[in-house]
Design a protein around this ligand. Structure first.
Ligand SMILES: *Cc1c(COP(=O)(O)O)cnc(C)c1O
Length: 239
């Protein structure tokens, strides 16, 4: 356990340094960027250690994995972000622990999240997941919707009881015009965020950047980076 704490502390320090350096390079203040540690596939004991080390934001992408972990960590001062593709039959469980759902990408999900937030008397922060590689279908392979759909969905979230439109999220595309061009992709997300804030000025969160591309995200203006393997180690390829 002590070894694990040392390991996580060292990894966290490295990531912290990378974020700080990226902020300096971009002429941004360090406190403009929030680190969210993605704890998926790692145990609740790691979440507890991260909390002891000062982490305040964690993210998960599968409810089956996240729900018991969040329950085991209820006493910790953590903000929970859900970042995975979300089926409506998991909404009840997710709203039980998540403070933010970053993967809102369709109206049916907005309706379900709203209903459950109202039922439990919670206010849920919602980010619209943008697929910069969406094909003809208007949807991304790993969730998200095409930029053209943002305005309409944002309007639905903003009007839905129990939900607060918090901003936009993306994952750098592996295919399409932005493949291998992370900074251009994140720059596009920032432009879309600027557009969104004309009609929804409080939707200020821009969630972009992971272990491999957090520097590009900070350079482009992201407010939140989601870092998993650089802090916790490389995940076994289970999923
Ligand atoms: C797993 C995951 C991350 C973190 O990825 P790493 O490469 O491990 O840093 C970020 N965002 C989402 C949506 C994820 O599923």
């Amino acid at each position: 356990m002590t070894d694990r704490k040392d390991e996580l502390a060292a990894n966290l320090a490295k990531v912290e340094r990378r974020i700080a350096d990226a902020c300096t390079a971009a002429g941004r203040e360090r406190d403009e960027v929030t680190l969210i540690v993605v704890t998926k596939t790692y145990p609740a004991s790691d979440v507890r250690i991260l909390s002891e080390l000062g982490v305040r934001h964690v993210a998960e992408n599968r409810d089956q994995d996240a729900a018991p972990k969040a329950a085991a960590c209820m006493d910790l001062p953590l903000t929970w972000h859900f970042v995975g593709q979300l089926q409506t039959n998991k909404v009840r469980s997710v709203v039980g622990y998540a403070d933010f759902v970053q993967s809102v990408d369709r109206s049916k999900l907005v309706t379900a999240l709203s209903k459950e937030a109202v039922r439990t008397g919670r206010e849920l922060g919602c980010l619209i997941q943008v697929a910069l590689d969406a094909g003809e279908s208007g949807r991304g392979e790993r969730g998200g919707l095409a930029p053209e759909g943002i305005g309409e969905l944002a309007g639905l979230v903003a009007e839905a009881p129990g939900l607060r439109l918090a901003g936009l999220m993306t994952v750098a595309p592996l295919t399409g015009e932005y493949a291998g061009r992370e900074q251009a992709a994140f720059g596009r997300l920032l432009d879309l965020s600027t557009d969104l804030r004309r009609s929804h000025p409080t939707a200020t969160m821009v969630s972009a950047g992971m272990s491999a591309d957090l520097e590009q995200a900070v350079a482009a203006g992201a407010t939140h980076v989601r870092v998993g393997s650089a802090v916790l180690g490389v995940r076994p390829r289970l999923r």
